[in-house]
Structures are given as structure tokens and as C-alpha cells.
Design a protein around this ligand. Structure first.
Ligand code: ZN
Length: 163
């Protein structure tokens, strides 16, 4: 049998996935292009990255992630009022739209809840917060990272970073 490289820190892996909620409704999937990432650099959801470790090309598996292992739990104090002028990403805001706000911790993605004349109410929870997620994964390829990928801390090429 051929030696198959197993996913470990500083290796690059490509995979296809289907992401579902706990009821089996599909929430997202890779298209023709697989996802390619550098293992051990927190490129994936924590629970998914843990489940990838030790897999090799051709492996298929299903992993269920608790909200804590995925996008976090829903926080009750997540609604805030901010000046509309602080929202970035669109000119005209409506409830349900995603916006970016600048905070001292960097850019943060939020959901617009209410829009007034000068102030908006935003929800800082991630839209997938509180969700249990099920990933069906097929590993396509595992390879060594290039020196440049290791220096950058991410994978290059199809499914990875382009720059
Ligand atoms: Zn790079």
C-alpha cells in the first residue's frame, strides 16, 4: 500500500464539505473548488480542524460540532445601538443586512436589527452562533507546505489564498 500523508501541523490539505444544521438542512458547501488550508493555523472552525487531524486523501467522515466548537454560543447582551455612520458595507441599511463596524479589536461583522434616523441597533452575535453544525467531509489531498506558505501562515493556490 502506498504511503498516505496524514493531516498534521504545517501540512496543506484540500477537502470538500457539506455543512448542515442539526436538523439536516444544508447551510453551505464547497463548489467545484475544494477548500485548501494550512493545518494548525486556525484557518478552520476549531472543532473541524481537530477532526481533520490524522486524516488522509480519500477519507470521508462526518463530524458534529457543538456551538462552542463552531461559531460560539449566542450571547444575550449582543444588541447595541451605534450611529448609522459607523456601519460599513452599504449606503442604505435595512434590518437583516450584514454590516462591518470598526472596533478597537479590529473589524467586526454584525447584523442590523433596527434602523432609525441617525442610530441603528445591531446584533454582534455571529449569524451561526448557537448552532450545532454537521460537516460531511471528503479529503482530496494532503501535501507539504511550501516555505512561502509557512511564512505567510496560510495555503496558496486553488482553494487557498491568491495574492
Ligand atoms: Zn500568502
Amino acid at each position: 500500500m502506498d504511503f498516505l500523508m496524514q493531516i498534521a501541523t504545517d501540512l496543506v490539505a484540500s477537502f470538500h464539505y457539506v455543512m448542515k444544521d442539526a436538523d439536516g438542512a444544508e447551510l453551505g458547501r464547497t463548489s467545484d473548488q475544494p477548500m485548501t488550508y494550512l493545518h494548525g493555523r486556525h484557518a478552520l472552525l476549531p472543532g473541524l480542524e481537530r477532526a481533520m487531524a490524522g486524516r488522509s486523501a480519500g477519507d470521508r467522515f462526518t463530524v458534529t460540532l457543538s456551538p462552542q466548537e463552531a461559531f460560539g454560543v449566542t450571547r444575550a447582551d449582543s444588541e447595541q445601538r451605534v450611529p448609522i455612520s459607523h456601519l460599513r458595507g452599504a449606503k442604505k441599511w435595512r434590518p437583516g443586512m450584514r454590516a462591518v463596524i470598526h472596533t478597537r479589536q479590529g473589524n467586526r461583522e454584525v447584523t442590523v436589527v433596527k434602523v432609525g434616523h441617525t442610530m441603528a441597533t445591531i446584533d454582534t452575535n455571529h449569524p451561526m452562533a448557537g448552532k450545532t453544525l454537521v460537516f460531511e467531509v471528503e479529503v482530496l489531498d494532503v501535501r507539504k507546505a511550501t516555505a512561502e506558505e509557512l511564512a505567510h501562515g496560510h495555503a496558496h493556490g486553488p482553494g487557498g489564498h491568491h495574492h
